[in-house]
Each structure stands twice: as structure tokens, then as C-alpha cells.
Design a protein around this ligand. Sequence first.
Ligand SMILES: [Cu+2]
Length: 433
Amino acid sequence: MKTSIFETLARLATRRVAQLMALGMAAAVVATMGAIAPAEAHGEKSQQAFLRMRTLNWYDFKWSKTSINVNEEMVLEGKVHIFSAWPQAVANPRISFLNPGEPGPVLVRTAQYFGDQFAPRSVSLVPGKDYAFHINLKGRRAGRWHVHAQINVEGGGPIVGPGQWIEIKGDMADFKDPITLLDGTTVDLETYGIGRIYAWHMPWLIAGAAWILYWFFKKGIIASYLRVAEGREEQAVNDNDRRIGAIVLAVTILVTIVAYAMTNSAFPRTIPLQAGLLKPLTPIETEGTAGVGPKQVTVDLKGGVYKVPGRELTINVEVANKTDEPIRLGEYTAAGLRFLNPDVFTTKPDFPDYLLADRGVSVDPAPIAPGETKTIVVKIQDARWDIERLSDLAYDTDSQIGGLVFFFTPSGKRYAAEIGGPVIPKFVAGDMP
Ligand SMILES: [Cu+2]
């Protein structure tokens, strides 16, 4: 059948309109991407309950300030217990990296330490040990931001600690980030080399866009894909395409060689990015008030029940008190959440409200005497189980809890102990276990 010139033109025009529409839609998607507001939700909630309870147990968190100006410094400090029974599904924290968890570089990190050790690189964390850390931060972008600490575990992904809202006032245009180089000169990291970054990225962006547009208008990207998928790749590329490809390749190699030589002569002394593994770290060994010291108080989980409707975990815990003072259980913490026993915590500690269940723990008020070993029933109940989605443990392949329990003595000492093991989920209300 013969087609008229008008039909051919009409068909070509339709194709061109469709192409332009697709291009317009792509442009609209790109344009709106920048306008998406920072999410209010906390990404850590999407991680499985077992991952957050049985990997890193965060405690003693402190944000030195919650309101700062641009250029003002603050410190985020905390401690982390590496869970002994680290889940098999997650890679061991053999290579881990501490980071502030924030929505982009709203605060810059000027330094960070594990104990007294300056730790700008990856570190090895050992299960069963506790580490104290602090991150020095400096306000950069004005706004109200949720700031966490997070540890990225190689092969396991980021594990996020508790977060706090930090208000930054002022104007990012005033932000300065001066550092002194090894040769004594001072540069502002905020603007240093920014011209070069643009100069290097723009040509590649243009080349990339030109490449996409060339294929888009000449052959159609999906049509080319179909030709290749059907085994007709020879028809997808002709001699003219090969010629253009060869020219682009030659220009790319030439630009790279010339620019490399120019950069080398402009900056004769450089060192590579420092990316080694720092080890070994010194864990916390202090007894009493600090972390999980030598086993002065040992606990053993003797089973428990998680009631899904009541958001209530009831566990039987065998406690052996090897200290010389009576002790009382005052806190259970897991995944950054703190459940407090109001009999022990008579005043509410300063901690983000979404993670603080200040009346979440109830336990028989009789203390455990020095030298005594007894099994206590601990009830941990709060809506935050659900809000922070820890109750999802009922749906995990192994419904195991994890976390730390803290015991307190009349003289104000604190002893921490790791607790973990399976509990039985229960989906109907009532008292029968
Ligand atoms: Cu957050």
C-alpha cells in the first residue's frame, strides 16, 4: 500500500510531538526533584526491629546545644554497646564508620573521637564491647534539622542512633570552614576549588546531555533498545555513528591527558585520600557509672511475652548482684528508645521525647540484695513500641529482643548489662500467656 506524503508527514509529526512530550515530562521530574521538602519521618523506623535492637545499643546521648548560629560549634556525644549476639543476617562491624546522620551537610563535622582517639576513618568494633564517642559539629545551613549519630557497617548498611532537633540560625552565605594545609597556607573548604569542580563537571554534563539528545532525536532510545533486544544491533549503529563515537573518544582521551598534566604542574605536592582502617580502638572499661564494665551485675533472659495489642513486653530476668550494694532496675534501652522506671527516675531526664518512655518500666520495687540472685518480672509498656515500630519483632523470622538494662544503687552508681533472646508474641488481649 502506498502512503501519501501527507500521511508520512503526519506520522513524523506525531512521533516528534511524542518525543517532545517525553522530554518535557523528564524535565518536569528533574525540576520538581529539587523542590521536595525534607522528610519529617525518621528513616530508621523502616529498619527491622531485630536490626535496631540487636546490633548497636546506643546510650548516654548528649547534644551540647539544640540551638546554634551558622559557624557556631556543638558536640554530639554518646556511647554505644556492640551487641554480643550480633545477628547473623548482618555483616560483622569489623569495618565501621561513624557519621552524623543529618539531612545533607547542614552541620559540618570538624572532628570526631572514639574515647581519646581521633577517628576520622573507618574503625573496627568488637561485639560485646562498649565505646564512647563524640562528634564536633559546626552549623552551616539555617533551619531546623533532625541530627542523629549513625554507624555505617560495611555490608550491613547504616544503623541510626537517637535524633534531636537542632535549630540553626543565620545565613549559610556567612558560613566559613577554614583549615590550615600541611604547607602552612589556609584555605576555606567551603569554596576551595569550587571553580575547578564546575569547570570539570560542566563539559562532561554537556557531553552527556549531547549524547542522550543525539540518540533521542536520531533513533529514539526505546526503538534502539528494541532493535538491540531483537538481535539487530547492527541496524542500531551505522558508520556515521561510529565516526562520531571515535571523535568523542579521541577528544576525551586528549582532554584527560592535557588536563591531567596541567593539574599536576599546578599542584605538585598532593597526598591521596586517607581511607585506611584505624585499629584497635580502646573500649570503655570503667566500672559503675560508665558502660558495661567487668561483670558486676549479670542478667539472663528467662523468656517473655510481647503482647501486640497492649504494646507490652513482659520478661523474666534472672539477676545476679555481685556488687556490695542493693540494686534496682531503672531503665531498659533498645534502638535508642529509653523505657524508664519512675520509681528510680524521679525526674525526667533531658532526652528527645519521641524516644523517651519515662514511665515505661514497672518492676517489683524490692531491690536485689548484694550477693543475691533472683528472677524478677519486668513489664515494659509504651505506645512507642508501636510508633517506633519495634513491635514488628512479632513478625520477624526470629522474634528476639535485645538491648541494655541499667541497675542503680542507693549511692548513685549505675551498672549496665546486655539482655537478649526470644520472646513469644501474643496477638490477643488478656492475661493468659
Ligand atoms: Cu531523624
